[in-house]
Design a protein around this ligand. Sequence first.
Ligand code: PRT
Ligand code: ZN
Length: 283
Amino acid sequence: MKTLKIAIQKSGRLNEKSVELLKNCGLNFENYKSSLISPVSNFPLEILFLRDDDIPEYVQDGIADLGIVGENVIQETEVEVSYLQKLGFGKCSLKIAVPNNNTITVLDQLNGKAIATTYPVILGKYLKEKGISSDIRTISGSVEISPGLGLSDAICDLVSTGGTLKSNGLIPFADVMSSEAVLIGSKGSENDDLVQELIQRIQSVLRAKETKYVVLNVERKNLDAVTALLPGVKSPSVVPLAEVDWVAVHTVIPERDFWDRISQLKQAGAQGIVVMPIEKIIL
Ligand code: PRT
Ligand code: ZN
């Protein structure tokens, strides 16, 4: 039987979440920091631990069938791969930032200016699209210190909390792209049954993460008002309680508007609300 290979980051910002996702998919493997390859004992899959910059090409060339990597790295390496699934972690934006004492306020003012970045391809395309001609200075790291050293007028770098920009006296000026970790596959890999099985497992874990399981009690006279607020996977389950006028309602609600929904439920008469995490949702 064929064994798939999936490449994930060996160490760094995406490693832990990538390992967690695969483990939550029920895959059994050892995650030794020293190993470059780890077999999965209960699925025909091997995990390759690589530097994130190498993952897109490994997948493009079919050395790995699948990979987990930031969209920023895929765009920068300009590889031909299939985007299979956004994964909801490693979120960040690639931004142009300028020193906070700078007078640059509109994009046109970047004409003729030097911008330091580790993302020359993405930045080059962005500036071209906007009709701006800047001097792109490609450096390999610590981009944020380059204006202070007089090496550039602006920078283009990844931002998540904004703390690094702030502590280097820089302010974000333009959004170039937003990025998150994605599952990629070699072209055509999406037609493989094993790849499809893995995608479905990943989707069931992601779906569960976006939702909470809720059990609440409500008096029958308020049941319609409460269920009107609850979608459920199909519709909420209603279970009679020993006290005849009361029922328990079981359902799932989306994480994103969780607190609003809970306060609406309380107003509609819900009591004893118990909220639980969900491991997987298989549709
Ligand atoms: O060793 P390897 O080559 O595998 O790793 P790496 O050092 O190249 O990458 P790593 O681990 O730093 O990042 C991996 C991926 O995480 C990136 O390609 C992005 O897709 C994603 N990601 C998410 C980030 C950030 N957030 C992020 N904040 N990557 C880098 N940063 C850096 C940014 O470059 C800047 O230096 O963090 C700093 C800014 O952070 P804030 O929080 O201060 O804004
Ligand atoms: Zn890297």
